[in-house]
Write a protein that binds this ligand. Structure first.
Ligand code: ZN
Length: 210
């Protein structure tokens, strides 16, 4: 396959991933953003700023270099592009990123309370509890660097009062991780109505596979 054919395929993958997260309610209206790393060029495919997911086509996808310069595309890139780029710069394992706004995850973001990985799938995807990045405006590279400090080797982080971000070695994995964080947030919230939830014992953590 040529680089151009690869690029069309990646744009299609991003559009389909965006439609999926929108259809399951993870990004109400035009909130959130998604990106993918092109393994061939190292460039990053990014969703546009404030654009309806149900109208998104491959022509609307932006291609950015790691500095944030637009290589391809007419739309305005997401205002959180620099956060995504900070992740691609510092995390070689990141092939895709989802920034979403699921409601139960946001509940813990409002409380500034880390989400316990109560479901085994969350623990596998995230690799531990989901930490909370203290509130700060999210448009800068520095926000991304500070967020990565909070994340450590985790694959997800809650942004206080502002959604969450998940990393995957594919877009499907980043979406899966987002869903699993929201599932544990729902479970955590509901379990706390009844008592103190049981955590997955530490001795099993290294043995778990998806
Ligand atoms: Zn946002």
């Amino acid at each position: 396959m040529t680089a151009a054919q690869d690029m069309i395929g990646l744009k299609q993958e991003l559009v389909e991933g965006a439609a999926q997260v929108a259809s399951i309610g993870l990004v109400p209206l035009t909130q959130g953003n998604l990106s993918l790393r092109d393994p061939r060029s190292g460039h990053v495919l990014m969703t546009p700023h404030d654009f309806p997911y149900d109208q998104l086509t491959t022509d609307d996808v932006l291609v950015l270099d790691l500095a944030g310069e637009v290589i391809d595309g007419e739309r305005e890139p997401s205002h959180e592009s620099q956060v995504h780029l900070a992740v691609y710069e510092r995390r070689a394992d990141a092939a895709a990123i989802v920034h979403a706004e699921p409601i139960y995850t946001n509940l813990f973001g409002v409380l500034h309370k880390a989400i316990a990985p109560l479901h085994v799938g969350t623990l596998i995807d995230v690799r531990g509890e989901v930490p909370v990045m203290p509130f700060a405006p999210s448009g800068s590279r520095q926000f991304g660097y500070d967020m990565l400090e909070v994340m450590g080797d985790r694959n997800a982080v809650v942004w206080a009062n502002h959604g969450m971000l998940a990393i995957g070695d594919s877009l499907a994995k980043a979406i899966h991780c987002t869903v699993m964080v929201e599932i544990s947030a729902q479970l955590y919230h509901m379990a706390l109505q009844h008592g103190e939830p049981h955590q997955i014992p530490e001795r099993y953590h290294g043995m778990l596979v998806g």
